[in-house]
Design a binder for this molecule. Structure first.
Ligand code: NAP
Ligand code: ZN
Ligand code: ZN
Length: 346
């Protein structure tokens, strides 16, 4: 077994704290990655606090992982020693079902294996990226360009693909008006991709102090959602809305901003179910939809697109022992826009 150290939550009510554990030996098609940086996603917080469902504890969160290949299995074809490598939200799937064959591993019909808070086929728990190393089958490891700032690439592995994928699926681009609700980790990547794809992008935020920052990211417009007048003026304006809000929220005021035949896409996963009144949809033949991360081929496509177009996340680099404070700040929306852990500090 391989010795690993990291930060874990021992229960849904405990803070994260140092913890040593074991990972499987490097198999013939596995690589071992020395983790250099790991992004902090709001999903980490939802899961360590059991906000979605009962989790598997001890839990080592982290699914925005970048590092260097430190060991190779005998059959590995895609990587060499010291290559940069990334791991996102998935570490395995069945590879045989119709969705796996289509590169939609996130929708594996036999259950994909999550990077943490999940179990491998042999029943052993998976542990994520708040740690010094990880062992993953090469099929679930991404190539990372040397051109980009490595810590700023880490959030692309979840926040990046989760916003890139729906914008590509619904072909959002030139001529479309895109609204991005919530300017956090996912929201700021949705702004960058929306702008890169040629859409007119408006940020809809509860935080007045984020207006200047949103414009700096390339957003064309800003709506303060607590200002009733600004909200009224935007009625029936948007072709697409991407909703990144992590907290329980009333979706009705946002639906009224979508034009006839427009679509509201949820990527945020609030703990409680969302109420959607039928009248809010049928009046303008609006659709509501949701999207989950992205498959391996599309994640590589997104990383390559970012390398070509010089797109990375805007980050605040933190030490591992700052994580509990980082969670409290994330809950207040107090981060521009993603915390990334420097694993040297572990
Ligand atoms: P985050 O950085 O905390 O950003 C969420 C943003 O939502 C906040 O910055 C805030 O922006 C806004 N917000 C917070 N409370 C709000 C409220 N009560 N009403 C309206 N807006 C509010 O979180 P994240 O990492 O981007 O993740 C966002 C959500 O996406 C989480 O639920 C996460 O679990 C989920 N997620 C889903 C997937 C997927 O595959 N679908 C993947 C990754 C993450 P303002 O200050 O601008 O209002
Ligand atoms: Zn995530
Ligand atoms: Zn499958």
């Amino acid at each position: 077994m391989i010795q690993a150290k990291g930060y874990a939550a021992q229960s849904p009510t405990s803070d994260l704290a140092p913890w040593s554990f074991e990972r499987r030996e490097v198999g013939p098609n596995d690589v071992q990655i020395e983790i250099l940086y790991c992004g902090v996603c709001h999903s980490d917080l939802h899961q360590v606090r059991n906000e979605w469902s009962p989790g598997i504890f001890p839990m080592v969160p982290g699914h925005e992982i970048v590092g260097k290949i430190s060991k190779l299995g005998s059959g590995v074809k895609k990587f060499k020693l010291n290559d940069l490598a990334g791991v996102g939200c998935l570490v395995d799937s069945c590879r045989t079902c119709v969705n796996c064959k289509d590169g939609l591993e996130q929708h594996c019909q036999n259950g994909a294996v999550g990077t943490y808070n999940s179990k491998f086929k042999d029943g052993t728990p998976t542990y994520g990226g708040y740690s010094n190393n990880i062992v993953v089958h090469e099929d679930f490891v991404l190539h990372i360009s040397e051109k980009l700032s490595l810590p700023a690439v880490a959030p692309l592995l979840c926040a990046g693909i989760t916003t890139y994928s729906p914008l590509r699926h619904w072909k959002v681009g030139a001529g479309h008006k895109l609204g991005v609700i919530g300017l956090g980790g996912l929201g700021h990547m949705a702004v960058k991709f929306g702008v890169a794809f040629g859409a007119e992008v408006t940020v809809l935020s509860t935080s007045p102090q984020k207006e200047a920052a949103a414009k700096k990211l390339g957003a064309h417009k800003f709506i303060l959602t607590t200002d009733a007048m600004q909200m009224r003026k935007a009625r029936r304006y948007f072709d697409f809305m991407i909703d990144t809000v992590a907290a329980d929220h009333d979706v009705k005021p946002y639906l009224s901003l979508i034009r006839t035949n427009g679509t509201h896409i949820f990527v945020g996963i609030p703990p409680k179910p969302i109420e959607v009144p039928v009248f809010s949809l049928m009046n303008e033949r609006r659709s509501v939809a949701a999207s989950s991360i992205g498959g391996l081929p599309e994640t590589q496509e997104m990383l390559d697109f970012c390398a070509e177009n010089n797109i990375v996340s805007d980050i605040e680099l933190i030490n591992m022992n700052y994580i509990n404070t980082a969670y409290e700040r994330m809950l207040k929306g107090d981060v521009l826009y993603r915390f990334v852990i420097d694993m040297k500090s572990l």
